[in-house]
Each structure stands twice: as C-alpha cells, then as structure tokens.
Design a binder for this molecule. Structure first.
Ligand code: ADP
Length: 197
C-alpha cells in the first residue's frame, strides 16, 4: 500500500441517503475498498458471532452499537485489507467519539482522509425509501416505521454534528451533494469531484 497516493473517502449521510449504493459504484469504477460498518454487523448477526449477538440488540431498535465495539471492529477491518488503493468508509464515523478515534487511527497508520462526500436527502424521502427498501432488503430495521424514525432521530442527535466537524477539518474537501437525484447523476457528481481533487 502506498499511503501517500491512497484515496480515503468517507461517504456520509442519514440512513437511506444512498451511501451504500454510491459506495458500491465507487468500488466498481475506482477500485476502492468498501468498508460498511452496517454490512459487517449484519454479516456477524447472520453468523451468530459474539459481536453479532451484541450488535443485534442495538440494531433491531434503531440504536447505535457502542462506540468502543464499533471502533474496534473498524480498526480490525482496515488491518485485514492489504494493498488497497484506498478505502470508502460507509456508516463510520457516526459520532464525535468515533471521529476522534478514527483520526488517531489514520494517523497511526500513516493514512490521510482525502474527502468527505455528504449526501443530503429530506426526511420524508428517507422514510419512503427505507420503508420501500424494507420490502426487499430482509432487514428488520427497515420494516418498522418507528425503528426507522428512531434511526433518523439518532442521526439528527448524534451524527449530523459531524458535518460541522469535517467542514472545520477539511474545508474544501468536504462536499455536499444533493442525494435526491437519481443514482447515476449523483454518481456523476461524485466522479467529477474525485477526478478534480
Ligand atoms: P443505514 O445507514 O441505512 O441505517 P447501516 O447499514 O449503515 O444502515 O447501519 C445499520 C445499523 O448498524 C445502524 O442503525 C446502527 O445500529 C449500526 N451501525 C452501523 N454503523 C455504526 C456505527 N458507526 N456506530 C454505531 N452503530 C453503527
């Protein structure tokens, strides 16, 4: 891994904003490694690991898994991927505490955060998208309106402050993107931002 030329990107936004979808497109088009904390939790829940059992008690209520558990897991995940052209972090960090842990982790690994891509979508659309996703995703946390509303509330209370945190840290390398457009035109904007950075 050449840490200097690596592109390390946080894709940020509320639940249902399209982070995972755009991250997958970045993997396909740019060869970046996708780290989705939600996907890792779900894999562990399926496999009934100790981590999965612990995480499911939070996830099924639309709450955050505790910071120390999540940050440990993230750190192990980065460790397990070698020779990456860069990472796309999807669903992490989600709290100020996680962001601070993340900063010291990257420093230790001699890695630099290249940019934050922040997807903006209004709450009414989020709710619609998630309920719709719940019809096919097999995710219990997408099937129940109260759980979805709780996830949006948690985002507003604990995660959305990270916008200001990263604007202060990154300046022009923080990018707000309208996430209400269609998938391909959002990806076009993202591709443009990355190619011009
Ligand atoms: P979405 O962003 O669409 O809600 P994710 O797959 O990113 O879905 O996350 C699903 C759930 O996993 C979250 O509601 C939360 O309970 C848990 N989770 C994911 N990432 C984190 C994180 N960084 N910190 C704490 N909990 C997390």
């Amino acid at each position: 891994t050449n840490n200097i030329t690596m592109k390390n990107i946080i894709i940020f936004g509320p639940p249902g904003s399209g982070k995972g979808t755009q991250a997958e497109l970045l993997v396909k088009n740019k060869g970046l490694s996708h780290i989705s904390t939600g996907d890792i939790f779900r894999k562990n829940i399926k496999g009934s690991t100790k981590l999965g059992v612990l995480a499911s008690s939070y996830i099924e209520n639309g709450q955050l898994v505790p910071d120390n558990v999540t940050s440990d897991m993230l750190s192990n995940e980065i460790e397990s991927i070698s020779d990456s052209k860069g990472f796309i972090f999807d669903g992490y960090p989600r709290t100020i505490n996680q962001a601070e842990f993340f900063e010291s982790l990257l420093l230790k690994k001699n890695m630099k955060l290249s940019m934050v891509l922040s997807l903006d979508v209004n709450e009414e659309i989020l709710l619609k998208r998630l309920l719709n996703r719940g019809l096919t995703s097999g995710r219990d946390d997408d099937r129940n309106e109260n759980i979805i509303l709780n996830r949006i509330r948690v985002y507003n209370n604990q995660t959305s402050v990270l916008k200001k945190y990263y604007i202060d840290k990154l300046g022009d390398n923080f990018h707000s993107i309208n996430g209400e457009h269609d998938i391909q035109s959002i990806f076009k904007s993202i591709d443009h931002i990355i190619n011009n950075s």
